[in-house]
Design a protein around this ligand. Structure first.
Ligand code: SF4
Length: 286
C-alpha cells in the first residue's frame, strides 16, 4: 500500500527539486546557447541565468522568484494507494512553507489568496492509468510570465502545416521578451480545443533532446526550432541567436472539419521533477 504520507513526502521532495534545480537537458541547452552566442548583451544574459541556476542549486533556493502554480501529472499503476489528491494538496501546503514557494494561487475573480497554493482545482492534477507496478508523479510548476503567452487557434484544415507554422511563429513573435526567453515551445495539434491545449503542455514534459518518434513530426519540430531561432528575439528579448531552446510537438487525430493548434510557452526556468513510489513505499526520484 502506498500511503498518503508517502505521497505527501514525495510531493514536497518533488517541488523542492523542481524549484531549485533545472533538468539536465535544459541546463545543457542553456550552456550550449551561451557558448554559441556572439552578441555581448545576449551572452551576458545567458551568463546571468547560468550563474543564478548555479547559486540556487548550491543554496537549495528557488531559481526564480515566481515559483509557479503547482501542476502535477500522476500515472497510476497496478498498486494500492490512498487519497492521492488529498496527499498532494497537503504536500503543496508543506512545500509552500518549507521550500519556500511564493503563494501564487488566487481565486480568479476575487483574487483572494489563501497563502498556501491550494484552492479549488489547484493544485491541478492530470491522471493517467498505466499497467506499471508503481505510482509515478511529475511536478511541473508553471510561472505566469510564460503561461500568459500561450495561445490557441482553430484553423481551417486547408491551412495545413503552413498554417500551423505561421501560428507558432506569430505566437512567439507576439510574446517577445515577456516569457523570459530562451523558451521551450510546446505545440499541440489536433484533437479539439481543450485537447490541443493539453497536448501543448504535455509536449513540454518530453526532454528537448528527444525528437518525436514519427519522422514527419520530428522534422516539424526541427524546422520550427530553426525558424524561431532566426527571429532574433534572443535571451530576455535583447537580441541574439537563442530565442528557443527546443520545440516539442504532440498531436491527436481530430474532426475532418477541424485543425486546432495550441502553443504552450515555457520560460528558460523549465522546471519539472518526477518520481516513482514503489509498493514497498520506496520513493525513487528520476
Ligand atoms: S517567466 Fe519564468 S523565468 Fe520569467 S519570471 Fe516567470 S517563472 Fe521566472
Amino acid at each position: 500500500m502506498i500511503t498518503e504520507e508517502k505521497i505527501k513526502e514525495a510531493t514536497v521532495g518533488l517541488l523542492q527539486r523542481a524549484s531549485t534545480t533545472l533538468p539536465s537537458d535544459i541546463l545543457a541547452a542553456l550552456k550550449e546557447a551561451y557558448e554559441k552566442e556572439d552578441s555581448p548583451p545576449a551572452k551576458m544574459q545567458l551568463k546571468a541565468i547560468l550563474d543564478n541556476v548555479d547559486i540556487a542549486g548550491k543554496n537549495t533556493k528557488p531559481i526564480c522568484q515566481d515559483t509557479g502554480v503547482p501542476l502535477f501529472y500522476v500515472k497510476i499503476g497496478k498498486v494500492y494507494y490512498g487519497d492521492i489528491g488529498k496527499a498532494i494538496n497537503e504536500g503543496v501546503m508543506e512545500a509552500t512553507k518549507k521550500v519556500p514557494l511564493r503563494p501564487n494561487a488566487v481565486h480568479p475573480l476575487s483574487r483572494k489568496n489563501p497563502g498556501n497554493n491550494v484552492g479549488r482545482n489547484m493544485p491541478y492534477i492530470n491522471y493517467k492509468v498505466t499497467g506499471e507496478p508503481w505510482l509515478e508523479i511529475i511536478a511541473f510548476p508553471k510561472g505566469a510570465g510564460s503561461e500568459n503567452m500561450s495561445a490557441l487557434a482553430m484553423l481551417v484544415p486547408s491551412q495545413g502545416v503552413k498554417g500551423v507554422k505561421e501560428f507558432v511563429l506569430n505566437t512567439v513573435v507576439k510574446a517577445g521578451s515577456n516569457p523570459c526567453p530562451p523558451t521551450v515551445i510546446g505545440v499541440g495539434v489536433g484533437g479539439s480545443a481543450d485537447i490541443a491545449m493539453k497536448l501543448a503542455k504535455e509536449a513540454l514534459l518530453r526532454p528537448i533532446t528527444q525528437r518525436h518518434e514519427e519522422p514527419e513530426i520530428a522534422k516539424l519540430e526541427t524546422e520550427l526550432k530553426d525558424a524561431l531561432n532566426m527571429l532574433g528575439i534572443g535571451p530576455m528579448g535583447l537580441g541574439g541567436r537563442a530565442t528557443v531552446l527546443g520545440v516539442n510537438v504532440e498531436y491527436a487525430y481530430c474532426h475532418t472539419a477541424s485543425l486546432p493548434v495550441a502553443v504552450n510557452v515555457q520560460c528558460w526556468a523549465a522546471r519539472k521533477s518526477s518520481c516513482r513510489i514503489h509498493p514497498d513505499g520506496k520513493i525513487e526520484y528520476l
